[in-house]
Design a protein around this ligand. Structure first.
Ligand SMILES: [Zn+2]
Length: 284
């Protein structure tokens, strides 16, 4: 073989095998991540946002989303609309029409409130529960949950850890991520920290902080009654509601803000707005 032929052969191998080598490198990365129990595996906030967005899109497509003029949507607009840019988090929200008592917030800032929850909570209690869910996003619990879901839906299938891959989630992967969002269970510590976030959220915006304890008390009572099957995940992922109600009450007492909470009247039905009517004035 002359010098030219050797060059030619070298060039041939370089061109032919370069993509294969790249492929092997990606596989090694995924494999390495598996072997290391994903300890060294990078998964950013934006990865979590892209992934959860795909999951929520799937959930929106399989749940009955309340229309923009639905009384549930109108109530949520009124109660929560002003918080769609909360503490630097850009939030979008929707109501799922279902008897289930649940709510969740995801790393991309999606907040979904189940109408079953709105049927049992007054405005302040609803804010306390949503505040808790937002706490999971602010504290990065939602991102960490997505990391675990990602490993199951992507890495275990041998796919690489890249945002471009996440963006191209298949329908079944989006479904898996959606399930992971609904079934997500947080640790006791994460729950306590989200409870604290909820309390601070209520306090910061001048709402009655006693609604936090009151919301947990409702959930505790429900979990003992016949309607427990509608509670599904909000209870199993939120252990010891009585204990948590007590903690929230102790916080209110320490702040000198404690008073017994009486649930305010609320309605999820279409109402005619009385403007300037007697007694309809509310402090902001
Ligand atoms: Zn929680």
């Amino acid at each position: 073989m002359n010098k030219f032929s050797i060059l030619l052969v070298t060039a041939f191998f370089a061109v032919t095998f370069a993509p294969i080598q790249a492929q092997i490198k990606l596989d090694e990365r995924a494999l390495g991540a598996l072997q290391n129990g994903l300890a060294s595996f990078t998964f950013s906030d934006s990865d979590a946002a892209v992934l959860s967005k795909a999951g929520v899109k799937k959930l929106d497509s399989i749940n009955k989303v309340a229309a923009s003029n639905d009384p549930y949507t109108l109530r949520l607009n009124r109660v929560f609309g002003k918080h769609s840019n909360e503490n630097g988090l850009q939030l979008n929200y929707k109501v799922y029409l279902t008897k289930e008592v649940n709510a969740f917030a995801t790393a991309d800032g999606s907040v979904r409130v189940f109408s079953g929850l709105m049927d049992i909570m007054d405005d302040n209690q609803l804010l306390a529960v949503i505040g808790h869910e937002i706490g999971h996003v602010a504290n990065h619990d939602s991102r960490d949950a997505m990391k675990v879901a990602y490993r199951k839906a992507f890495v275990l299938e041998g796919l690489a850890s890249q945002s471009s891959t996440i963006a191209k989630a298949t329908d079944s992967q989006a479904g898996q991520i959606g399930n992971a969002i609904i079934d997500c269970s947080y640790s006791r510590k994460q729950e306590s920290e989200a409870d604290l976030y909820s309390y601070e959220f209520m306090k910061r915006h001048g709402y009655d902080v006693n609604a936090v304890a009151a919301a947990f008390t409702i959930l505790a009572k429900l979990s003992e009654g016949n309607e427990a099957n509608f509670l599904t995940k909000i209870m199993s992922s939120h252990p010891d509601p009585k204990d948590r109600a007590e903690k929230a009450q102790m916080r209110a007492q320490a702040d000198g803000l404690y008073k017994p909470y009486v649930q305010k009247p609320f309605s999820n039905k279409a109402t005619t707005q009385k403007k300037g009517g007697k007694g309809s004035k509310k402090k902001k």
